[in-house]
Write a protein that binds this ligand. Structure first.
Ligand SMILES: Cc1cc2nc3c(=O)[nH]c(=O)nc-3n(C[C@H](O)[C@H](O)[C@H](O)COP(=O)(O)OP(=O)(O)OC[C@H]3O[C@@H](n4cnc5c(N)ncnc54)[C@H](O)[C@@H]3O)c2cc1C
Length: 441
């Protein structure tokens, strides 16, 4: 159904300006409309399309078509919300204004930054040139999701190499999901499974930042006979020669290089805060004795209210925020009602609600009938929305990932409708109080 957006007032000042109309921008706009139907909301978004990015793994696995992961931006725009198809090129929070491409300036009462994360394909030497050729691929790009599927089909044995960078990434489980799907597909084709070696090279020191999940992931990789190498940071690719070069930064050892031959390479590119944010006064500022924080460049927000720590009328939602949790759509789903309530609190001069608990989830596909839910929060402990141990692989969770979540994304989350699991919340609260909701492998 095509919705007609609210006509823009000629004035270039709006009540609530949302920079970015991806998962966070649209979900938040829907919550704001729901809580305050008269509010004036404008979204600035350059893309005419909206993508269900989690679905790119399912495209690569051959479960859904690429078209199932994309809709027109105007189709997902909540009724009454105005869309400016443009790009933010500068933030000026001292004057409550943003600059758009082409010289237009837009003022606001409240700004919410929802620009997502920047993919830095050129940070790995040779990658941009060879991506999409010589069986070098990545599910972090929509067109490459289909190419990944083709690479899997054409793979006749040899080394299938999967990488994860040193930087923060969106969906920390995706680099492994795609490896497990490859394992399953190769194993199912006679001759290919036995002639193939699957290698996972990560620049990180563990497979996941939550210990219980990391332990289980090590176990699953071993079960699939996939080799895992830590502290391996991909720095260069030669697609034609089938060579991937890694910088090894093992603790206590001097830096060295390792070059690995591959027959198929799946790359997760380094990621960063969008440069327009990192260069603005909204970015995490350097602190004495903590220079590492400066390199983040994320919008510096209070982790519980999502409000900027220096600018009281600025918020962030999603990947672009400095929330110390995994960058996922699942996190956005939990942030959106909190951010919406707090935006209204600022407009009405009420105190803010510090209700976001760092919830995030990276459902890990381990084969075509099992998923481990991988839910957690700021405590860095497993939590469960479904009253069942999230450290276990389950068929039910696979059904959710394959059929449930895509439907929930388009029909519930983007429309500010509660997730079905929300109805389990009172029981989950009780179980947590009784100490029944702390899960281990
Ligand atoms: C392969 C893959 C698998 C994933 N799997 C999962 C999963 O299983 N579960 C899960 O929860 N999450 C998953 N994610 C992560 C999830 O998609 C993101 O965390 C989520 O989309 C973040 O929402 P966001 O609004 O912060 O960013 P986005 O949805 O990326 O939106 C950012 C928007 O900002 C716009 N923008 C950028 N620059 C500008 C600018 N200068 N001016 C204006 N607009 C701009 C962009 O066009 C975009 O529309 C996955 C992602 C990928 C790529």
């Amino acid at each position: 159904m095509s919705l007609s957006p609210m006509p823009l007032r000629p004035a270039s000042h709006v009540q609530v300006l949302i920079a970015g109309g991806g998962t966070g921008g649209i979900t938040l706009a829907s919550w704001l409309r729901k809580l305050s139907p008269q509010l004036e909301i404008v979204i600035v978004e350059p893309s005419p399309f909206h993508d269900y990015q989690s679905g790119w793994v399912l495209v690569a696995g051959g479960f859904i078509a690429p078209e199932d992961t994309r809709r027109a931006e105007r189709e997902v725009l909540p009724e009454g919300v105005a869309l400016i198809q443009s790009k933010v090129v500068g933030f000026d929070p001292d004057h409550n204004a943003v600059d758009l491409i082409g010289g237009r300036r837009l003022g606001y009462d409240v700004l919410v930054v929802a620009l997502g994360i920047e993919l830095n394909w050129t940070a790995v030497r040779g990658l941009a040139e060879t991506l999409g050729h010589h069986h070098v691929t990545s599910i972090y790009s929509r067109p490459m999701a289909s190419y990944t599927r083709r690479c899997f089909e054409e793979f006749q044995g040899g080394t299938a190499l999967f990488t994860q960078p040193a930087t923060a990434i969106k969906c920390g489980g995706a680099p492994q999901k795609i490896m497990h799907l490859a394992h399953q597909q190769f194993a199912a084709r006679s001759g290919v499974g036995v002639n193939s070696r699957i290698l996972f090279c990560t620049a990180q020191a563990s497979l996941f930042p939550v210990q219980a999940y990391s332990d289980k992931m090590v176990e699953i990789a071993a079960r699939h006979h996939s080799e895992v190498r830590y502290h391996h940071d991909l720095v260069a690719v030669d697609g034609e020669a089938g060579l991937a070069s890694f910088r090894l930064q093992e603790p206590g050892q001097s830096e060295r290089m390792d070059t690995i031959h591959f027959d198929l390479l799946h790359v997760v590119p380094p990621m960063s805060a969008p440069p327009v944010v990192a260069a603005s006064p909204l970015a995490v500022r350097p602190r004495d004795g903590d220079p590492g924080r400066a390199s983040g460049g994320w919008v510096e927000v209070d982790p519980h209210t999502a409000r900027h720590v220096h600018y009281g009328n600025v918020f962030a939602i999603g990947d672009v925020g400095s929330f110390p949790t995994a960058k996922t759509a699942a996190a956005v789903r939990k942030q959106a009602p909190v951010v919406a309530a707090n935006v209204l609190a600022v407009l009405e001069g009420r105190p803010l609600d510090p209700a976001y608990d760092g919830y995030s989830a990276c459902p890990l596909i381990t084969n075509d009938h099992a998923v481990m839910m991988v839910e957690f929060d700021y405590s860095k402990q497993p939590v469960s929305s479904f009253l069942m141990n999230p450290v276990k692989e389950r068929w039910f969770a696979w059904l959710l990932e394959r059929f449930g979540f895509p439907w929930i994304y388009w029909n519930r989350m983007l429309k500010a409708q509660p997730h079905e699991a929300t109805y389990l919340k009172p029981f989950a609260g009780l179980a947590r109080r009784l100490g029944l909701m702390r899960w281990q492998a």
